[in-house]
Structures are given as C-alpha cells and as structure tokens.
Write a protein that binds this ligand. Structure first.
Ligand SMILES: [Zn+2]
Length: 312
C-alpha cells in the first residue's frame, strides 16, 4: 500500500478540510470561506440539517440549517463548489425518525444525501463512536480512559436503540471519519483509507483525518515544515477542524492562518472536497477490506497520538 497516488492534472499532493460545524454562526466563518474560495480551494463544510420548531436554529452550539441566514451562506458555498457534509442531525441526539427526516431535509436542501460525515463528539446518534471506535484490548483501555463502563452513549449502530440509524447510514452515506492523527499526511498515517471494516458493517467506508481541531492545533499542523513534507511525500491531507471556533475575528481571518493557507495554496496541490479526494484514492487503490492486523495497527497508532502524545 506504499504506492504513490497519481493526482489529477499532475498535482503533487491532495489537500482538503472537513469543517466541523460546532460553534459556527453567521458572522464567524464567512471570511474564512471567502479566503479559501479566493485561493481556489474547495473543501467540505458540515451542517446539522435537523428541522423543527422544538430545536434551536442558532445558539451557543452553533447554527443549524433552520437558521435562514446561515443556510443561505451554506447554499452559496455549495453553489461555488464546496461540499456540504453531515455532522449528525443536530448537536443533541435525536431519535431515528428525526434523523431520517433530517437526512431527507438535507437532500431537499442540497440535492442529494450527504456523502461525507463525521460524528459529533457527544451525541446519542454517534455511529461506532465512544469506546466502539476501537476493538479488543484497545477498547478496554479506551473505556477505562473514558471512565464509562455502562452502555455506550453513542447508539447510532445499536439496533434496539431509539437512536439507531445504521441502516440509513449504510444506504445513504459514503464516507465516515474515525481516526485522527498528528501527521499532516493523512494518507501516510492511514494508507488503507478509504476502508471497509467488516466489524462495523453500517459504514460503507471509513476515512481518517489530520488533527487541526482548534486554531492553535491547526496552525501547528499547517506549519511551513509540515507543508513542505506533505509536498515531498505526495500524499493527501484531510484537516479536521472547527472553522467557526476563532479562525475569524470580526471580519478578519486570523493572520497566521491566512499566511499559512496562502502558502500551501501556492503549491501544486489538488485542493478539493473530502469526497473528491477519497473517491480518487479509491479509484486508484480500491476500497480496502480491513484485516484484523491492519485494524490493530491503526487503532494503536491512533492511541499513541491521542494519549501518548496527549493530543485530542
Ligand atoms: Zn462537533
């Protein structure tokens, strides 16, 4: 699996961002997207598409697609080529019927079901999340670490739960994120992606990401020497971040972030949405059927990043 991927148009590497919508409200993310767009980047912005008068369209957690001002910006982003991804239906878990409705609402707003998603950190809808991200001994360790010995609060994959939506996920969503690594070359950290995990059958294919959770970790990840490494390796970077969490102050994009993103945009990279990157890798190396040995290697590598290196 060490073969280099040939990127379209003679590009030297691939670069994308999965933007977790937490905290994003009108006024705190538009300038960031103006910058990405003006540099020719097209990345992935996630949303909460749940709808209903009992939900909060704009609050401390962020905006949902029921916030008209937010929605109009998101639709504009989609029209200009950004991918709209899924971040569970809402910031608080909703039961199956509402999830189904949210996915239909997503389709009516954006033209099709979402193709890429990431679980929200704390949600009953979480699919193979919490300690079920990992298996065997790693799961025992992670459970101890989480200090959660009862039922998994993340129940999207548990058939008899009211939050079960695994079958809908399998039918409708192509790529779900699991592990996040500190390495800028996501593909080097997870060379098997996208992969199918036979122990987690409600997910068509999994992908990994590189850790840029908040502004400071994103600035570390995108530091000049890392950018140059990505360029040299010819790999693929999928940054996982929260662009609504302080990347923009007033109408101004954080200076250092702007500087770094301009620098990488100046390289011969392929700056496309998460689904486009994953589809391309898949067209070259197929969909990996994860073996037990590959699973173990991924899980422990993630553990080393998350706990030994003390990262999120
Ligand atoms: Zn989230």
């Amino acid at each position: 699996m060490s073969t280099r991927i040939a990127w379209p148009g003679g590009k030297e590497f691939a670069f994308s961002i999965f933007d977790d919508t937490d905290l994003t409200v009108p006024g705190n993310f538009e300038a960031v997207y103006d910058l990405l767009g003006s540099l020719g980047m097209r990345t992935t912005k996630s949303v909460w598409p749940a709808t209903g008068t009992d939900l909060v369209p704009r609050g401390a957690q962020g905006s949902t697609c029921d916030d008209p001002e937010y929605l109009s910006t998101v639709l504009q982003l989609q029209r200009s080529g950004f991918e709209i991804g899924y971040h569970n239906s809402y910031f608080a878990g909703l039961p199956r019927q509402r999830i189904d409705q949210a996915l239909e609402h997503f389709r009516s707003l954006f033209g099709s079901y979402p193709s890429s998603m990431a679980n929200h950190a704390e949600s009953s809808e979480g699919i193979y999340w919490g300690h079920e991200r990992v298996s065997g001994v790693a799961q025992l360790f992670y459970r101890a670490r989480l200090r959660r010995f009862g039922a998994n609060p993340h129940q999207g994959h548990i058939r008899n739960s009211r939050y079960f939506w695994g079958d809908l996920c399998r039918q409708r969503i192509r790529y779900v994120r699991n592990f996040v690594f500190g390495e800028i070359d996501t593909l080097a950290a997870c060379p098997v992606m996208p992969y199918y995990d036979p122990d987690r059958p409600f997910v068509q294919a999994w992908y990994a990401a590189s850790n840029g959770q908040i502004l400071s970790s994103c600035l570390d990840l995108l530091a000049e020497h890392n950018q140059d490494r990505l360029e040299e390796s010819g790999g693929a970077c999928i940054v996982y971040t929260h662009l609504g969490s302080g990347f923009q102050q007033g109408n101004t994009v954080d200076k250092r972030f702007a500087e770094l993103i301009r620098r990488i945009a100046g390289k011969r990279g392929w700056f496309v949405p998460v689904t486009t990157v994953l589809d391309h890798i898949r067209s070259q190396q197929g969909l990996t059927m994860l073996t037990a040995a590959q699973r173990r290697r991924l899980e422990w590598r993630w553990f080393a990043h998350k706990f030994v290196a003390g990262r999120t």
